[in-house]
Design a protein around this ligand. Sequence first.
Ligand code: DP6
Length: 328
Amino acid sequence: MQIRKATGFANSNIAFIKYWGNRDHALRLPVNDSLSMNLDGLHTRTTVAFDPSLTADVVALGGQIQSPESSKRVSDHLDRVRALAGLKTFARVESENNFPTGAGIASSASGFAALTVAAGAAAGLALSERELSILARQGSGSASRSIPSGFVEWKTGSNPDGRDSFAFSVAAPDHWALADCIAIVSSAHKEVGSTGGHALARTSPLQQARIEDAPRRLNLCREALLARDFEKFAEAVEEDSTMMHAIMMTSRPPLYYWLPPTLAVMDAARKWRANGLPACFTIDAGPNVHVLTLAAHASDVASRLRALPGVQNVLVAAPGGGASLINE
Ligand code: DP6
């Protein structure tokens, strides 16, 4: 049998309404729906080659061969693809992020989305966008949202097997000229990543209230997004981010991701907005702050961020497209 190879591409994404906690960890079925924007220019490109001469999967990230322990999550994902395709062959996986490694940008969303597209095609599967999203979700929840284009909603669904938990586009990238100015305040590796955090979420006495209120926040945010109403959007986005961090800080054991410069950026974004500049913050499982603004104000916001003490670097991203196959 010959080598079967394909290359996939996917952008990272930033959630406006966050995924935090699973109702099924193994299948990555979230406790609430989420809403995000793909980040143009912050992407992963992954080549998968099923090679009959291999005796194990070989995974290289940014040119570095990974240990069997760190490639386990990738191998587990390849197992899902192999099971669907009835394939037993091991694969060589080469993956590159174009954003600076250690910049504190989550790479699991773009990484597992690109891996899913590449592995599915290399295995000869013809998967729909929905099937790709369902499959990517099992590798990393947020990866389900990097499959469709632009502004994307991911439904938790109700089926225990996860067949109705997938993401779909609610608006194309050109619907709204938003910009995400990412203020990097630390590139240190986090002690507890998202997967560990999801497992702890239910230990917070506040999590139930956050889940119950999630449909209201998501509806508000989607409406604001569709109406391009920045003020309404900003309030929903900041509230949702802060609610997630309240869960993190009240989990047992607690997770504190914020550093002093994180708070300084949050404070600055709120003051700028109060003074008429469209800007709001959202923060994932780490100390870096995504400051969302309108494209027309992106260079102003980025230079204001660079001037704040503790901000090491600022990356700017526009709404991005969905995952795709690359023809070589
Ligand atoms: C805070 O998708 O990284 O960024 O499913 O375990 O890979 P796993 O978790 P992940 O969680 C993302 C959490 C978040 C919020 C979000 O993106 O919705």
